[in-house]
Design a protein around this ligand. Structure first.
Ligand code: FES
Ligand code: FES
Length: 189
């Protein structure tokens, strides 16, 4: 770990963090877990491969999924992120009153077993849903779009199918995310 310190602050789940001096090479995942006690973001491969640590970066041009294990706090400084703790609606005491549509769908579809991978799937699927709010997709292309968005998330327990089905159902049942246009897949031949 570097001896050089940087004063860092960012927005996490809609709340600005207090500026704090951190080693310049500290990763966002360590900051979330060890400084903010947000332990829902998981450590898996530590190499940017499995997406267990995926969080949403709310960039000016829309939500992006970033691997917190290889995202430095130096880059994260001044930016906005959402972790799995920030997806549900909460009351004034912080108790969850309503899960997000994706979270509820993962539960309803029994998408996970141990759940270690679930925060990352929540991030990837939620970012996809939010991107479709501004760029809807033909209904016939939903399966392909979901597969592409969740393709990088690794799960060691399940066959992925129930995650894919849950995300697909949210997209097909949410007004404005799809169009009736002919699917790209239907015009390719
Ligand atoms: S733990 Fe970050 S991508 Fe695997
Ligand atoms: S449910 Fe166990 S790793 Fe995905």
């Amino acid at each position: 770990m570097s001896d050089r310190m940087l004063t860092i602050s960012m927005e996490i789940n809609g709340t600005p963090t207090d500026p704090v001096d951190l080693p310049e090479d500290l990763m966002l995942l360590e900051y979330l877990q060890e400084y903010l006690n947000l332990t829902g973001t998981r450590y898996g491969c530590g190499q940017g491969v499995c997406r267990a640590c995926a969080v949403i970066h709310d960039a000016p041009d829309g939500p992006k999924v970033v691997p917190a294990c290889i995202t430095g706090v130096a880059w994260a400084n001044g930016r906005s992120f959402r972790t799995v703790e920030g997806h549900a609606t909460r009351d004034d005491q912080g108790a969850i009153t309503q899960l997000s549509a994706i979270q509820q769908a993962f539960l309803d579809h029994f998408s996970f077993q141990c759940s270690y991978c679930t925060p990352g799937f929540v991030a990837s699927a939620t970012a996809l849903v939010e991107r479709l709010e501004t760029a809807p997709v033909a209904r016939g292309d939903v399966e392909e779009v979901v597969l592409k968005a969740l393709n990088g998330n690794i799960c060691r327990c399940t066959g992925y199918v129930r995650y894919l089905e849950a995300a697909r159902d949210v997209i097909l049942s949410t007004p404005g995310l799809t169009t009736e246009e002919v699917a790209i897949s239907d015009t390719a031949t």
